[in-house]
Design a protein around this ligand. Structure first.
Ligand code: HPA
Ligand code: ZN
Length: 331
């Protein structure tokens, strides 16, 4: 099965590029940029990754990314991840990035964009890895700040495949960002949002009805609301589920308790993703393998999940056709 899951052409729709920062690179960049870390070693960093909920993770996540200062840092961050993803059979990556978390440290959007753009071109050319870019708004910061960011991103609107909504979910409902998402819609930019990870099913409804999203990141708590489940099924709404993330952030106790089998049984349009691979114990292949171990899924199930992601991805139709063929040929 491992061999099959490695060969399976995997498309990743839910990844925070800042969450792909491995402790080794964190230390190297800290040294290069003269940034002080509160850890003595790589081992100490890894030992600190024992989270009780989303907020306890976010505290370390924002601290960890403080080593990212120059365009070269963002280039290395992304290339480091693209190489690992490619090595485990990932063929397309859609990366969220968090400009506000860099801006508050004095790192401008142009710096982030320069590094990420260079890495995306390099990955395409050298690894044959296609990518898409999702600029995320931090939902625990003011909506006005998100609107300012969207306006400042004008030189890059063409390069954005979507805008997204992440960070601390509870107490920050989608409705807070209606104006920003309406502006993005008028600009012709697609919208996605985290909803129903820690937040209630109503946040999923809010994201659909008020933000006009074309997919829901996480969405696992939809199961608490049967009418919502029916709607998600009828609309074939994509859910970007992140199994190892949900375990590490205690959305579920153990992977065996994860609602994934129920989501599939309900006929929902599920995809598997890694979220923050450096923090949550592994990338795409580890997530697929863990699901095989926990649920005993067969090849057909994994093929369906990989196919759902190919159909939902922000990519040109020629690339989609190519990946459909690769999936078809993988047995
Ligand atoms: N949830 C919400 N916000 C995030 C996450 C997550 O898992 N990772 C990075 N930002
Ligand atoms: Zn996420």
């Amino acid at each position: 099965m491992r061999d099959f899951l490695e060969r399976l052409p995997k498309v990743e729709l839910h990844l925070h590029i800042e969450g792909s920062l491995e402790p080794e690179l964190m230390f190297a960049l800290a040294e290069r940029n003269g940034v002080a870390l509160s850890y003595a070693s790589v081992e100490e960093v890894r030992a600190a990754y024992d989270f009780s909920d989303l907020q306890s993770f976010l505290d370390l996540y924002y601290q960890g990314m403080s080593v990212l200062r120059t365009a070269e840092d963002f280039f290395e961050l992304a290339m480091d991840y693209f190489r690992r993803a490619h090595a485990e059979g990932v063929v397309h990556v859609e990366l969220h990035f968090d400009p506000q978390a860099h801006r508050v440290r004095g790192v401008e959007l142009s710096v982030v964009m320069e590094g990420l753009s260079l890495a995306r071109r390099r990955a395409e050319r050298e690894l044959g890895l296609s990518t898409a870019l999702i600029m995320a708004f931090l939902r625990d910061r003011p909506a006005e700040e998100a609107m300012t960011l969207l306006e400042e991103a004008a030189p890059y609107w063409e390069m954005l495949d979507a805008v997204g909504l992440d960070s601390a979910e509870r107490g920050n409902p989608p409705e807070k960002f209606v104006e920003v998402f309406e502006r993005a819609a008028r600009l012709g930019i697609a919208r996605v949002a985290h909803a129903g990870e820690e937040g209630p099913p109503d946040y999923i409804r809010g994201a659909l009805d008020r933000l006009g999203v074309c997919r829901i990141d996480h969405g696992v708590r939809c199961l608490e609301d049967p009418a919502l489940v029916a709607r998600l099924r009828d609309e074939r709404m994509v859910l970007t589920v992140c199994p190892l993330s949900n375990v590490r952030l205690r959305v579920v106790e153990r992977l065996a308790d994860h609602p994934l089998p129920r989501l599939l049984a309900e006929g929902l349009n599920v995809t598997l993703n890694s979220d923050d691979p450096a923090y949550f114990g592994g990338g795409m292949l580890d997530n697929f393998l863990a699901c095989h171990q926990a649920f005993g899924w067969d090849r057909a199930t994994f093929r369906t999940l990989a196919g759902n992601a190919i159909e939902a991805a922000f990519m040109g139709e020629a690339r989609r056709a190519e990946l459909r063929e690769r999936l078809e040929a993988c047995d």
